[in-house]
Ligand binder design. Sequence first.
Ligand code: ATR
Length: 276
Amino acid sequence: MILTGKSNIAGVMGWPVGHSRSPRLHGYWIEEHGIDGAYIPLPVSPERFEQALAGLQAAGFRGVNVTVPHKERAFSACDTLDDDARRIGAVNTITFEPEGAIRGSNTDAFGFMENIKQTVAWPGGAAVVLGAGGAARAICVALIGAGATEIRLINRTRARAESLAGDFGTIISVYDWKNRFDAQSEASLLVNSTSLGMTGQPPLDIGLEALPTSAIVNDIVYAPLQTPLLAQARARGNIVVDGLGMLLHQARPGFETWFGVAPEVSPALRTFVLES
Ligand code: ATR
């Protein structure tokens, strides 16, 4: 693609950024739709985040995604924030408005729930969430928005789960990591938001005997696509949803805003992103 003076330019800021699949993902959609534009990986160190943001705005970028370790810093740097960014306390999508404002949004909760919806309609009810990092926070926002009556939050470091629960009120109850087996009774959804099960990490050590076979099991880990958790859940008859779709769907709102086309998550896109 030869860029023109009218090209729409966006990118992803991370440190490091080399592992990010976002350039491949957005690049696919740019090609698919024949868009005059580009999406660029931007290695930005934490100390230079604000300087880089101002520079990109001055250079006429339409916006940027932000990934680790910048999501909280981006939250503080934006002039306006959408409701999910405020609830999650982090920003993953920034748009430079024509009038000069820097708008921050968080599309992780949207991406999480869209991914589940592509496979199955979650009826609400009690959900079990493993992990209490940034991803867990976005997942709690999504679950509350989609009709959770109770979220059982389980994290190795209990204090971190308590801090998250404190921000959301009584809908979240905190369980000890050692009680992760017992917390599953009558749950309609179980999500792993820890890094356990990822290539190079130990598997998530969890028995699913107490989980109803009607429950949905989702892992946000997508490398490998079929984690030990998902294999175990599938074998006992649960509906399983892998983690790749969350990454793909969270990218849709930013792409539409910056490039003016609503993109689709297709099987071909999944294959293309996994090939990287
Ligand atoms: P993210 O923003 O992607 O959620 P994170 O903030 O680094 O990433 O959170 C990683 C999650 O994986 C945390 O819940 C972490 O538990 P702690 O809060 O106790 O650190 C969890 N995790 C990572 N390694 C783990 C392990 N070996 N056993 C249990 N939990 C683990």
